[in-house]
Write a protein that binds this ligand. Sequence first.
Ligand SMILES: O=P(O)(O)OC[C@H]1O[C@H](O)[C@H](O)[C@@H](O)[C@@H]1O
Length: 456
Amino acid sequence: CLMSLSPSPLPLIPHGRLASTPAMFNSTLTENEEFSCPVDGSIMITASHLPYNRNGFKFFTSAGGLGKPDIKDILERAADIYKNIANDDSKRAETAASLDVKRVDYMSVYASNLVAAVRKAAGNIEKPLEGFHIVVDAGNGAGGFFVGKVLEPLGAITSGSQFLEPDGLFPNHIPNPEDKTAMKAITKAVLDNRADLGIIFDTDVDRSAAVDSSGREFNRNRLIALMSAIILEEHPGTTIVTDSVTSDGLTTFIEKKLGGKHHRFKRGYKNVIDEAIRLNSVGEEAHLAIETSGHGALKENHWLDDGAYLMVKLLNKLASARTSGLGGGSKVLTDMVEGLEEPAVAVELRLKIDQNHPDLQGGSFRDYGEAVLKQLENTVELDAKLLKAPVNYEGVRVSGYGGWFLLRLSLHDPVLPLNIEAPSKEDAVKLAHDVLNAVKEFTALDTSALTKFVGV
Ligand SMILES: O=P(O)(O)OC[C@H]1O[C@H](O)[C@H](O)[C@@H](O)[C@@H]1O
């Protein structure tokens, strides 16, 4: 959902029927008088990929998304205003009457900017995707617009696209490019339709992933590798900022094959974006901030966290490859990730902290989680087979048995996610075993997933 606020006395501008999150931010930047843009602020109401009853608000100004302190302040003020008028009919009517609501179809403006970006990159060709068959899976989220308003005007064939109609109950699959079922669905659509490329969005289109014509997925580390290859062609040597759960193979790929620098930072899309902005401000050039979750932002696009724009960068590549005489559909993309080492085993186990457990001794789950991490760190230091990552910004990241693990606190939940990547199941189990041994005294930590993984 959708609305923008502009100068006091605050005309409200609902943006069509259903907007995407990046479009809402974009409305604070677009110059367009007819649509009263740029607006001073915009609010997206979305549950993202969570169930429909877990909606939240995302607030934007032209400086980007608001952080926790500002959001808390706004919500407290809104609650006060609501308290004042909730039980007073005349005040409510007065407030409603003073609202100036103007309805605009901003998604068309936003989509036309994406279309213009692809046309420009292809050398101002009207239909640079003519003849390409591209299927979209919007997972019944807000991304269906990409078919009719972006791909078709660019000349692509889009038959076989699926789940384009918004439905908050997500009857087909969770719209989440990290989700295996979701990726299977778009892969099947690509293969069934013999398409050149598949594109999948999360609910509110700030995340995305793709699939090539052979069914190879470009999500998680592979999407980052692909985007890095594109960005490093444009900006040789630049720093790529990613979240903390990215693979060692990705670092080797970015640094050895592409000649860039990999700055593995923290989990959280706002964290990676803010870090990339900070690096630029201290003189280190960064053009891409991207998470394994499929959130990605580019400097050239105002650091806007935009899954649709990531896909535009892939489309540019397809179109420009053809303009320069290279055929082969999505092969140009597949070739770009050639040489990326991938682990045989990659798992994420999420260990819950029971907040009511006496072992917390009235402390917070964060303090408890920090104590678990400290204990793990101490244990690792005594083990010659394990090596703590020399540079690490979050949790405890350790190499061993040819692989690595990272145990960290979740951004939102009383959970310690554990990521393990290893060359074999046996090596992954050894790493898991070491973690289990180090944390087993923490009785408020539910280690059952870990126990099951090591087969104890
Ligand atoms: O820390 P976790 O529980 O794994 O969640 C981390 C994730 O939370 C949200 O979904 C954010 O949108 C992501 O940017 C972030 O990566």
